[in-house]
Design a protein around this ligand. Sequence first.
Ligand code: DHE
Length: 522
Amino acid sequence: MRLLPALLLGTLIGGLAAAGAAAAATPERVLGLYRQHCAECHHEQRLGGMGPALLPGNLKRLRRQAAVEVIGHGRAATQMPAFADKLAAADIEALADYIYTPPAKPPVWGLSEIRASHIIHNREETLSPRPVYPVDDPLNLFLVVELGDHHVTLLDGDRLEPIHRFKTRFALHGGPKYAANGRFVYFASRDGWISKYDIYNLKWVAEIRAGINTRNLAVSADGRYVMVANYLPHSLVLLDARDLSPIRLYEVKDASGRSSRVSAVYTAPPRQSFIAALKDLPEVWEISYAEEPPAGFSGWVHDYRSDSGENLEPEPFPVRRIRVKDYLDDFFFDQEYVSLIGASREGKGQVVDLDLGRVVAELDLPGMPHLGSGITWTYQGRPVLATPNLKKAAVSVIDMQTWKTIKTIKTLGPGFFMRSHEQTPYAWVDVFFGPNRDAVHVIDKRSLEIVKTLRPAPGKTAAHVEFTRDGRYALLSIWDPDGAVVVYDAASLQEVKRLPMNKPSGKYNVYNKTRYSAGTSH
Ligand code: DHE
């Protein structure tokens, strides 16, 4: 949620309300408060944007009283600020009532709306198959998302210099995903726009609005499909990667018809499938794009009994459902894509064996582990995973054979992103929240000790690291409108240079991403 303007306005006007009793909460007044404080991030019609949709269907896991708390005191690990000192308690209660009231007309975003939004900018066949600018190694290119003014910068990873800067849709979120050859990249914005960009020609190829409030997207390992995970509507949308035309929409429901938001979707290259976890149902979905899906995939999305085949025509891209023990808000995989390691926001961790199709272990992960940012490496001959925590000042290191925590590394505050590379002995983790948010820890993967704490811009959030293809340099964001990407020598940990940028967030190296480096998110 982008809240600065709302905050400033809130401070000026809301202070008056907070000081005294609120005026009577008429529908007009509540609507006015909503427009003034919430609409910028959550959308005029509560459909979500930078922040989630505020409709009863999307708030199933948030009790009304918890919503009152969030409005008053903000939400950890998000951009949601506290309004308790700007709004009177009665106004906060009235806003909570409002968001639990169904809209007069339920929002619809089906295949016809999706199709109607489709834009073709440039046909692939009209574009150059080679970069139109000088570059030695196109696999060592980087994209840097600049949240400050919704732009992306293309960086040359050898010269460590910008090549081009271009405007994007509003509020990109999650990692852009590259096609396997690294020429095309797919972006998702929080409000559902999926955009395909040609990095060689510096041109947009196509766009489509696949949802109203979107989580993320994944690209199939064969580069033929894009899958989009939505919060609103409760759907997954399969697109043709060539021009983003829609192939299939999956309504995300269980056998009894209860629907769910999708936490996220990822590609699982060795399985030729997409894997999605659900936020409101204890299920993981695996969707196969293999020519001949293995056994266990039903031909019908909405019916568990379809294995019997009664009256059901098998459809392409079938779904296999795996029941889990709790909701999975956040998750990632081992390098082989056999184990899915997931956790609910309440910190209940589970390991799902995707071959066996069931939960095989539970994890001790207190706080709010950010598994989406988890990484793996080999420690004393055994595979381990490490995850930052959005609520606790700690990094958990877990043995991936026994699934036991082998070390909890204390940090200076909760962190968002963790990164490493095969060619470096170090893992980097930021301190995203709290008074030390300008600090970044460097952990030695051999000793599991913090060996250095960097403060590249005192007072400004330092976050999210990505390595060059060879692991020689680590690039770090100064998450500020007057920010920069700071380049470090990954061995000496000395600063090499700074590239000024407008609130740079994630950085994505073509090689590391398309080779599924163990040190980065996939
Ligand atoms: Fe993210 C990735 C979920 C808040 C910046 N974030 C992801 C992914 C998920 C996720 C599921 C993986 C998607 C992918 O890459 O395919 N993020 C969530 C949340 O649930 C949470 C906590 C609440 C929310 O608002 O949705 C959240 N995220 C944030 C932020 O507040 C951040 C810091 C700023 C922003 O952009 O809104 C933020 N998230 C990012 C970034 C990535 C990301 C930069 C990609 C990291 C990468 O290197 O791959």
